[in-house]
Design a protein around this ligand. Structure first.
Ligand code: ADP
Ligand code: MG
Length: 703
């Protein structure tokens, strides 16, 4: 270890001024070592390089820096017991201003009459005293300071502002960073390869640290705030580059796994697949299937993501791949995120495979113990060829004789861990994950960067675009008339209620009452049914099946119908309290209609007043049906963690980069990482990434 590496690994409590309490607070915020500290960017910067005259200060302005002399100080007691305010009157040639620091009496020992100080703050109106600078940052000037000899830390320059961490105030962190930079040994090396740095004109690491925390004179404030200065870009790129190298190494390792079974396709297998197919595949489906089957015939295990907007027909593609696997004597596991969806897939697949010799089974949390025991035995003996299920598939005790293909539907709902667990049940089985949440490219490079991707970019023929409208409560009667007309014309409708964890009971009551109200008062002639997550499995199934059969006209539901459900005759999606749903969620709900040849509508009924965010979400939905556009917007509004959903979903913990803000840099990093590994990669860097990647980015070493 070099001296610099050793210093970077030093726990923060070894810096001056960091006691056990502060060290603990810092650690809790993810700052354990000097390195962590240096990689924690200021969250904004303030220009304190230019001084304003006191007379020019105005109420409502952004904070300004002033320079002047303290002419008087005072500790004021307020009415409230024990609450004191330290005050100082500061004067410059243009005038004077009162500065106050509530609850900081200790300043009485620091700030005294006659000192020259720089203050940075905002004019406020407070009683008593009127206009004053409140809680200003201060710096006491000595003779040399004013001559510009000593470096000023907190004022007189563009200063970094850090987020407060427990007992660690921004100002203290600033001193701490300065201390760390001063003590950083000269032999600091750079993880980025020299040639790469030269070609991309990236700053050396040390300079980048220095300039990120203490921007040089004349640095552009707007670039700093946008995290686009050369120093910031350099460190963000470094992080992304190391991340992508790790991801590509992982992909390489997975690609190197040889399967024990090599699959083939021939005339007989193609025939068998054709018999299953109820319609002609779209061109996009054919292409995706071609890529998948090519992977399956490859001696290395498949790791492929199948992306396609809701309704694009992913299921049949997966099923045809399953037929190829089963014709090769292998078993298939098909995992869905909810019981209802697993059940629907099961019924569908069973129907399509009824004439085949393949045995299909369903395994969910609701499967009775005896049936489960039999099924587990059949799977282990290879008597069941395809099993559809929920998380129950990844439980202990479920073993396969020859698991060759794992299909994971609506992948965003599952964690990476579950994917790995299921994969581990086979001997390097092929893995196909499917998602209807189109993932913006950058995020795909990040979260699924170790997967190959197929996209189904068109809908089956004959689909008409869904008409989407957002309506306030006042239009309810009109909406009911529309529903009535649709049902009278033979169509079916969904009415969706939000279900939020904290108020689940109330929401459930609202949905239940709504179902009653619709059935009794509004549509007495129609068949209305209620569906919610608390119902028993068989009751849910009965309702869903009745809806699919057309014996229920209107289904009132909490969001259990969100993913996957497929009823082509349903043409109305009415979402109550649309303002409470997320963008992707609404898009998923909308995807439940528009699946047949009839014109479909999605009605977003909202309660006023709308928040700005909610308004933007509804507008986006009305504007476009394109899942990729929706996904981009959603990512921007919510950020990557929430967007992808579950934790352990593969979103890395980043120190300096931001997946939304720095999309272009991630693309650069991906390209450079690919080029780097394709050449003769430095063993040192590969070793470094292999050793630290999973821990550093908070991703368990799985998959
Ligand atoms: P998703 O991609 O959202 O999972 P599904 O696989 O549920 O979509 O397919 C949506 C509907 O479209 C289903 O009813 C399915 O049978 C139908 N479908 C899929 N592909 C085609 C096709 N090529 N031609 C006609 N209908 C199709
Ligand atoms: Mg689906």
């Amino acid at each position: 270890m070099t001296a610099a590496e050793e210093f970077l690994a030093t726990p923060l409590q070894f810096l001056k001024g960091v006691g056990p309490r502060r060290a603990a607070d810092l650690r809790r915020a993810g700052l354990a070592t000097v390195e962590d500290l240096l990689y924690r960017f200021p969250f904004r910067y303030e220009d304190r390089a230019h001084f304003a005259s006191i007379a020019s200060l105005r109420l409502g302005q952004d904070p300004r820096a002033i320079i002047g002399e303290i002419v008087e100080t005072n500790v004021r007691w307020t009415g409230r017991r024990g609450f004191k305010i330290f005050e100082a009157l500061v004067r410059d040639p243009s005038g004077s201003v009162l500065a106050c620091w509530p609850n900081q009496v200790y300043l009485n020992d620091k700030l005294t009459r006659g000192q020259r100080v720089v203050l940075y703050g905002k004019l406020e109106f407070r009683r008593p005293g009127g206009l004053q600078l409140s809680n200003a940052d201060y710096e006491i000037l000595g003779e040399e300071d004013e001559a510009g000899a000593a470096e000023r830390l907190h004022t007189g320059r563009i200063v970094p502002v850090y987020e407060k961490i427990g007992s660690v105030w921004p100002k203290f962190q600033r001193s701490l960073v300065q201390q760390a930079l001063e003590r950083l040994p000269a032999d600091l090396d750079d993880p980025l390869p020299l040639l790469l740095r030269e070609r991309l004109a990236l700053l050396p690491r040390r300079e980048a640290f220095e300039q990120v925390h203490f921007p040089p004179e004349g640095a552009a404030l707007d670039l700093l705030q946008a995290f686009r200065t050369p120093a910031q870009v350099r460190l963000i790129f470094e992080e992304f580059f190391l991340f992508q190298i790790g991801l590509l190494l992982r992909k390489r390792d997975a690609d190197a796994e040889r399967k024990p079974f090599v699959l083939v396709t021939n005339q007989k297998i193609r025939e068998s697949a054709r018999r299953v197919l109820p319609f002609r595949l779209t061109r996009a489906q054919r292409e995706a299937l071609g890529q998948i089957v090519a992977d399956m015939k490859n001696p290395h295990a498949m790791n492929r993501l199948l992306q396609g907007d809701v309704g694009s027909g992913k299921t049949i593609v997966a099923l045809l791949a399953a037929v190829v696997a089963m014709e090769n004597g292998l078993q298939v596991a098909f995992m869905a995120p909810t019981e209802i969806l697993a059940e629907q897939h099961f019924l569908n697949i069973q129907r399509l495979l009824v004439a085949s010799r393949f045995r299909v089974a369903l395994l969910t949390g609701a499967t009775p113990a005896t049936a489960r025991r039999d099924l587990v035995g059949d799977l282990a003996a290879g008597r069941v060829h395809l099993v559809v299920g929920t998380h129950a598939l990844v439980q202990e005790g479920v073993e396969f004789a020859r698991l060759g293909l794992v299909v994971i539907d609506e992948q965003h709902r599952f964690g990476v861990i579950q994917r790995a667990t299921l994969r581990a049940k086979g001997l390097h089985p092929d893995v196909l994950v499917m998602t209807a949440t189109p993932i913006p490219r950058t995020l795909a490079l990040t979260v699924h960067g170790d997967l190959d991707v197929s996209v189904i970019g068109e809908l089956p023929p004959g689909r008409q675009p869904i008409v989407t409208v957002a309506k306030p409560e006042s239009r309810r009667a009109e909406i009911y008339e529309f529903l009535r007309a649709q049902v009278e014309a033979g169509r079916q409708a969904y009415v969706i209620y939000p279900l939020i964890e904290e108020s689940a009971k109330i929401d459930l009551k609202a949905a239940t009452e709504m179902a009653d109200h619709l059935a009794r008062d509004i549509f007495p002639a129609f068949r209305v049914a209620l569906l919610h997550g608390r119902m028993k499995q068989d009751a849910k199934d009965r309702v869903m099946r009745a809806f699919a059969d057309g014996t229920v006209d209107i289904i009132v539901s909490t969001t259990v119908v969100e993913v996957g459900i497929d009823v082509a005759n349903a043409t109305v999606m009415l979402v109550e309290h649309a303002e409470r749903f997320g963008l992707s969620q609404l898009h998923q709900l909308r995807g439940r209609v528009g699946r047949g040849r009839h014109q479909s509508s999605c009605i977003l009924l909202y309660q006023s007043p709308l928040s700005d965010d909610a308004r933007r979400r509804l507008e986006a939905l009305v504007e476009t049906c394109d899942g990729f556009v929706i996904a981009e917007r959603d990512l921007q509004m919510r950020g990557p963690g929430d967007f992808v959903g579950t934790r352990q979903s593969g979103v890395p913990t980043l120190r300096v980069g931001d997946l939304v803000r720095d999309q272009a840099l991630m693309e650069d990093a991906r390209r450079e990482a690919e080029a780097f590994l394709a050449g003769e990669p430095e063993a040192r860097l590969v070793g470094l990434v292999r050793g630290t990647w999973a821990a550093r980015f908070g991703l368990a070493e799985v998959g």
